[in-house]
Every structure is written in structure tokens, then in C-alpha cells.
Design a protein around this ligand. Sequence first.
Ligand code: CTP
Ligand code: ZN
Length: 161
Amino acid sequence: MESKNKEKSAERLAVSKIRCGTVIDHINAGKALLVLRILGIKPGSSERVLIAMNVPSKKMGKKDIVKVEGKYIGEEELNRIALISPNATINLIEDYRVSEKRRVELPSVVEGILTCPNRNCITNSREPIKSRFHIVKKGEEVRAVCHYCGRRICELDRYVV
Ligand code: CTP
Ligand code: ZN
């Protein structure tokens, strides 16, 4: 009984509303930590962030949510989330209200987000070269092709920096 109450209050805390900032909703279940990585939120970061993982969703069964308070994250940065969660929705919150809602859009090129698995690729040498991938959609599947060596990768989750 007590553990059930704990679970409930934990859920309420995780999904509490924010005053202003960016809410990334409908993230594929279990991918919230990758979303943080894509947004550059790492140990030591000072952003105020609420994360909910594997919460029930009518549309998706289970989903993750990331809320970044007090910050309007740029479109380009947010669109990178489409690499791992193409159905994620972005909600900009102003004064407790949703002022804008849209879906993430797959970028055609991403820099510095994915790593190339080809050991001989110049991006894995000592040269200070940022990775650069061209994104292609094949049916439902998203793939990326290294700009420098042509290596093609699927299952992009595995290659997020
Ligand atoms: N949200 C928030 N703080 C607010 C307002 C909304 O954190 N002040 C969050 C909600 O918790 C939800 C998302 O922003 O995760 C979208 O809010 P809303 O459009 O009200 O919810 P839904 O109608 O359920 O969204 P959708 O139709 O996109 O499923
Ligand atoms: Zn490469």
C-alpha cells in the first residue's frame, strides 16, 4: 500500500507542470536519457530538468517526457531528437500555458551528434574534425551516412555521442 502511494507521488512530481520552458513529450519509452545527451545536458549541467520515463500513454502505451524549465531550446537542437524519437512533440510553455506545439522534424544533416563506427574514418583520427552525417529515411527506418567515409548506420541510438 505504502509503495503504491510512493509510486503515485513520484509520478505526480515527475509530470508536474512547469511555468515556462520546453517540454519534449511522446519520446519513445526509455529514450529520455539519450534525449538529454542530444541536448547536451550532462552531469554538472545547471539546467532545471524534469524527466519521466516509462509513464503510461494512451497513444504509445508507454512514453518518456523531458521538461527543461526556464529555457526555450532552439528548433535545430530539438529536431535532432527525431533521430531517436521521430514522433516526439515539442511544447513551448509560457506562463503555464502551451504557447506552441509541434512535432520534431528529421534534419537532413547532423554534426557532432553521431559517431562513425569506421575506425579508419578521419573523424576517429587525431584530427579535430566534427562528425557529419547525412540522414536518410527508408520507409519507417532512419539511417545515417557518414559524410567523410560513406559508412551507413542504422539503429542510430547506438551511435549517439
Ligand atoms: N505541460 C507542462 N507545463 C505546463 C503545460 C503543459 O509541463 N504548464 C506539459 C504537459 O504535461 C504535457 C505537454 O506539456 O506533457 C503538453 O501539454 P498539453 O498540450 O496540455 O497536453 P496534451 O493535450 O495531453 O498534449 P498532446 O495533445 O500533445 O498529447
Ligand atoms: Zn565515417
